[in-house]
Design a protein. Structure first.
Length: 71
């Protein structure tokens, strides 16, 4: 999925949904790290994709907090 479409999808989610998605991605990242360590990971690019998506989620949550504080 392209990052522009991903950002549109993420911006449409509520803060609670973003947090739960972040937790799910963190769990998936942990599983992938274990697979990488044991040599079972075939799609190594998924680690970077998930890391970036988690960063995007954290950015949106921070922006939402900042906007809430200014209002």
């Amino acid at each position: 999925m392209k990052s522009t479409n991903l950002m549109k999808d993420l911006k449409a989610l509520s803060a609670q949904e973003l947090k739960s998605r972040g937790v799910k991605l963190a769990e998936e990242m942990m599983k992938l790290r274990f697979q990488k360590t044991t040599g079972q990971l075939k799609q190594t690019h998924r680690l970077s994709q998930i890391r970036r998506e988690i960063a995007r989620i954290n950015t949106l949550l921070t922006q939402a907090r900042a906007a809430k504080g200014k209002a």
